[in-house]
Design a protein around this ligand. Structure first.
Ligand code: ZN
Length: 164
C-alpha cells in the first residue's frame, strides 16, 4: 500500500491545498494499516475466498477524482487487481466541519477509507455486481465497527453519511 500523487499536473492543480490533501492521505494510510483492521481484512478475504495474490496494488491517491458528471469517486478497482482510493474534496469537509464538528469529520474520513477499501476488495470477486458489493460492504463495515467497540455515539450518523 502506498500514497501516490498521480501527476505533476494534479499537484499544480491542488497546490494551494497541498497540505490538507497530504495530511488526509496520511490519515487514510495509517487507518488502513492498523493491525486490527488488517486482521479484519484478512478474515474477510478468507471468508469470501479472495486470494491475497489477486490484490496487486493498493494506492492511496492524494487528490480527488472527479467524474465527467461532476461527482467524485471514492475508489476503483481494475481487472488486474489494482485498487485506487480517492479523497473527498476540501469543499465537502468545510461544509461538514460546521455541521458535524472536527472529531466526527475525522471519524468520517477513517470510516470512509475503510468502507472504500472493503468495497474495492469485494469487487475483485463480484466484479461488476455493484448491488452485491454494496450490500456486502455495508455488512462487513458494520461487523468491523461493532468489533471495534467504538465509544463514538455518532456511528449511526456516520453510517448514514456513508450509505445513505
Ligand atoms: Zn463499486
Amino acid at each position: 500500500m502506498r500514497i501516490t500523487a498521480c501527476s505533476k499536473k494534479r499537484v499544480d492543480l491542488y497546490k494551494n491545498h497541498f497540505s490538507f490533501y497530504r495530511k488526509y492521505a496520511f490519515v487514510v494510510f495509517n487507518t488502513l494499516r492498523k493491525p486490527l483492521f488488517q486482521r479484519f481484512l484478512n478474515w474477510m478475504l478468507r471468508r469470501e475466498r479472495i486470494e491475497e495474490h489477486e490484490i496487486k496494488d493498493v494506492q492511496i491517491r492524494m487528490f480527488p477524482f472527479i467524474k465527467e458528471n461532476g461527482n467524485g469517486l471514492a475508489g476503483k478497482c481494475n481487472s488486474k487487481g489494482k485498487i485506487h482510493l480517492y479523497p473527498k474534496g476540501l469543499k465537502f469537509f468545510r461544509k461538514k466541519m460546521q455541521e458535524f464538528g472536527k472529531e466526527n469529520v475525522n471519524f468520517y474520513i477513517k470510516s470512509r477509507a475503510r468502507a472504500t477499501l472493503i468495497h474495492e476488495l469485494l469487487h475483485l470477486k463480484y466484479v461488476s455486481d455493484e448491488e452485491k458489493v454494496r450490500e456486502l460492504t455495508e455488512k462487513y463495515f458494520n461487523i468491523f465497527t461493532k468489533h471495534q467497540l467504538t465509544q463514538n455515539s455518532d456511528v449511526h450518523d456516520i453510517a448514514k453519511m456513508l450509505f445513505k
